[in-house]
Design a protein around this ligand. Sequence first.
Ligand code: LAN
Length: 729
Amino acid sequence: EMKSKANGIHANNTDVDSRTDHTRWRLKDDRGAQTWHYLDSDDELEKWPQSIADKYHLGLPTNLPDLPPAKTPLECARNGLTFFEQLQLPSGHWACEYGGPMFLLPGVVIAWYVTGTPIPDAYRREIRNYLYARQNKHDGGWGLHIEGHSSVFGCAMNYVTLRICGASAEDPRMVKARGTLHKLGGAASGPHWTKWWLSVLGVAEWEIVNPVPPELWLLPDWAPIAPWRWWVHIRYVYLPMSLAWSRRWSMPPNDFTRELRAELYTQPYESINWAGHRNSIAKEDNYQPKHWILNTLNWLLVMIWIPFLRTDWLVQRAENWVWTLIKGEDENSDYADLAPVNGAMNLVACHIVDGPDAYSVRRHRERIWEYLWMKDEGVLCNGTNGVQSWDTAFLIQAAVECGFATDPRWKPCLTKALGFMEDQQMRENATGADQPYRQKRKGAWGFSTKLQGYTVSDCTSEGAKAVMMLQSAPGYPKLISDARLRDAIDIILTMQNPSGGCASYEPTRGSLYLEYLSAAEVFGNIMIEYDYPECTTACVIALSHFRSLYPSYRAAEITAFVARAVQYIRRAQRPDGSWYGSWGICFTYAGMFALESLKSVGEVYSNSARVQRACRFFTDRQFADGGWGESYKSCEDQVWTPHPDGSQVVQTAWVVIALLEAGFPDQEPLRRAVRLLVRRQRANGEWAQEGIEGVFNKSCMISYPNYKFIFPIKALGMYAARYGDDAVV
Ligand code: LAN
């Protein structure tokens, strides 16, 4: 096979026969660390047979048997869990595709390319397959996320990714994608992150990138804009971004990147006025336009700071400090990092500073595999290194709601899940250079794994809740001691804002005015932490549950926390009775949580006009078939938008849970909704994948495929507990 010098790029790959043999893929679970392996040799195939979970995730037939048809809610829940149990991995957790965002894989692939990391052939093919499968039908482009309209961010980044993975520029699908990219203005109208990645790749010039000065990290901690106050994701992305920007580091051009230079723009590369395009941005990308304050600041930086005031001494100090913080983050997460964005960027940073053969570079390369996911369409990049702790905690709770914890049938499955939660609780605080800026984590659960190592308020809360629920059930081992539960409670008690609400990873550290400095364009509300009804409720419920089991530990603080949190929930309700959701789509998701908070302090339909308004918001929007369905546009526009495909299983389940928490007095709407859940279930107990379920930063959607099992099971259990297990179909 002809390969060009440039890192295994196939000179003229025509993409015929790009499929790999799906029966050769295996998902490895190493205490929750998930990696997909393609087995080349028949020898290996025999030693490592494909599991049902492998087949399911690959879209291969699982041949799981049809179950006795469900007529009652609990029969339906039982069938659902019978199927879902087959997907539990050896370490006790559940895995899934966690895709949606279309800018993650490009970061990984560009980082591989510029650091000279070989991409295994099976991966290169399946990355191509995935991106082709995900081209928007009408224009061949890609958007910010899998359901989004084509944008420069999506088109430029994924076009480059396909090319690096061997796609030919003449392939008709590439021609179409390029046409759309050019119609949108070409790569020069991309957002900040596109411009940064293309400059690193050496297919744009650094003058097109708005400043990312590492000097900001030299500001004293008391400065209102000091980066430690920013949302953890944005400040950890800023670190490697600023390092490469400061060094103006680009991969040296080669034949392949010179081709890309000719393909990405609407005019010849040499004729482009790079500085003049710093603020060019296609309207399709411009979700949160840069504020004039940031534009002014950028202008001052470019015109005055950089040419006249940015001394070598300062640059050196800033780069050193930024590098120290990058190393801290790498070491605290064993080089997996917070998410694949800064993970890929830190790989580049380590390559720049430590050189291509350093341990840091090699370890990054190893850990990055945990972000990649293989499915029927091909290989994509997950939003985190998995959903392990989060989904497992929810599944435990759903099973308990159904009364399954007292049924020996489910004991092996639930005991394994409990064992996983035990293994994944963080036991030590972070150490090292970035430690002063880190939230405490001893006792916390994160979203994915302990090794990733980031406290999340609601992940800790849902984890603690699941453990408490299951450990109180007869016959379950007490794997987590009282002391360790108290550690979790101590963490939750650090998470409340003065407003009473809770944010995601840390209490809010900076002012709302920091949004004026938001440079990313494609996301909303990205600069600081905010109060979220979802996270707040999780904390409220975990604390309340704990107080009922251990009434003497920090009781006054817990009571005060809960009272203030519920006050926040009340304030966050909109006039129409709804709550805006930030992590699931959208009003159906947040309403479920908010009503659970209110219920926990005894505020329900019978005694609260507020709860009645909330129920009315939902009952007014029930579809004729009994379900609910909400489009992702709700998140973007912050107004209720019905799902174009009608009822969705996940959102129907959320509303059933919400109305049951609220003590809604009329059974009929609930019965119809539950009937829909039963009817949508397949004969083998599974539910089919429908629309995308999750969101972040208002504009980017993300998949939570396990929700279609977890939340119907929970809703069915709660319904049966309230109304009995009578037939609904
Ligand atoms: C997640 C996933 C989980 C999610 C919940 C626990 C559901 C939420 O309640 C709190 C916030 C959290 C932890 C969360 C934050 C932002 C994440 C990590 C993501 C949505 C998954 C991917 C996303 C991350 C920011 C993607 C990279 C993009 C950047 C803008 C850096």
